[in-house]
Design a binder for this molecule. Sequence first.
Ligand code: FAD
Length: 452
Amino acid sequence: MKNELIVLPHDPNWNQARLAWNLSADQQPAAVALPESADDVVAVVRWARERGLRIAPQGTGHNALPLGSLAHTVLLKTERMRGVEIDAPAQRARVEAGVLWAEVSEAAAPHGLAALAGSSPDVGVVGYTLGGGVSWLARRYGLAANSVTAVELVTADGELVRADAQQNTDLFWALRGGGGSFGVVTALEFELYPVSEVYAGVLFFPLERGAEVLRAWRHWVDNVPDEVTSVGRFLQFPPIPDIPEPLRGGSFVVVEAASLLGKDSTDALLSPLRALGPQMDTFATIPVEKLKHLHMDPEHPVPGHGDGMLLSDFNDAAIDALVHVAGAGSGSPLLTVEVRHGGGALGRHAPGAGALPSIDGQFLMFAAGMAPTPEMGAAVKAHVELVQNALSPWDSGRTYLNFAEKRERGDRLFGELTYRRLQTVKATVDPDDVFRSNHPVRLPAAEARRAA
Ligand SMILES: Cc1cc2nc3c(=O)[nH]c(=O)nc-3n(C[C@H](O)[C@H](O)[C@H](O)COP(=O)(O)OP(=O)(O)OC[C@H]3O[C@@H](n4cnc5c(N)ncnc54)[C@H](O)[C@@H]3O)c2cc1C
């Protein structure tokens, strides 16, 4: 075992090693492992098992909060595994477990290819993809999980295996949407798409126009083709130097969109929204890899709390309910409350799909705020719940794993039948429950104990 592979609480780099991207997660594992290769991962899994420790794989820690206590657990961080290979003729990428989305987008772009990357440049490819993966191209190409062609992972008995459409097919199914309960993924292979430019941007309006703009956007999405993926959103930027002028300290209702239709057709589509007179309009033709800045996500670790829900509809009454709790004059401390438009390829079962074949809800809501102090964290958490309660009449009954930052029931994350099948796969590949996911698939016996 290489010395620098395992970091222990008395080591000088302990506090750095245990950090998550979400700085609100105070991770206190038994040890942190920093593998550089699949062989290192095999060594770590065997080391942990010999000591009776569990293993929590982590890429960046964007979704670290639901992990809870990491006692008796090795936090296995893949941040040193950063290889990216692009096979341009086959339109495929193979990436190692610690790769961030910006790294794939930048490597694919010179070949005129795009990946189904998340809105944020520093979200990890593996965590995002195992949970589904909703990109700016989602309504055209579906969930990132269903573009995966192979997964390499280290299993609970310390073996490196490949799961694809020909071998370890149950595992291949489970990994595409079922999260990180089945092993340590060391690399993913997935499809790329022939997209080099998009017409994309943001229309900014004052927050006071929340109801009017969201209603217009809601009406608008009824008639947009699958080539357009868009978001209606409240944004309240703090007055901090990180935020560029003229956004710093400002409060807005915005419509963000990325279109594969080109400038002229998209301009024609956008005209009813532009007719509302946005105070700022950033739409332009941009290289596809620049989509990573469109959503204005923080591009470095921050403390925060957030949570999401899937909505069966976002009608006028839902918009009024949202404006009441998060719009102008509501006193909301939330930085963002977004509603992403689903449907299109996101709403259709992808052929040969994995555990998450589609998103079961027309709209995906996510609300979040910064938590630089415990008091602000408590206020943000309470307000996220207020938003969820206000929208509960439109709850689709399901939750999207990647937007769930609190523990959720398995049937809400996956649907009852899928959850049972995931439990069967878990019992086969990890009968001792070695692997801890932030959104765990529990062994059937453990689930029964919880229910009792
Ligand atoms: C600012 C921001 C923007 C976001 N934008 C989007 C978006 O546009 N679309 C979207 O769908 N989601 C988005 N998300 C949600 C994001 O996809 C989830 O937080 C996802 O879990 C992040 O993956 P990660 O690897 O970066 O995080 P981590 O917290 O490191 O991983 C989350 C979980 O994935 C599993 N996992 C990670 N690596 C491995 C591995 N090597 N082997 C096995 N299991 C593993 C583990 O169970 C882990 O607990 C966003 C989140 C944030 C905070």
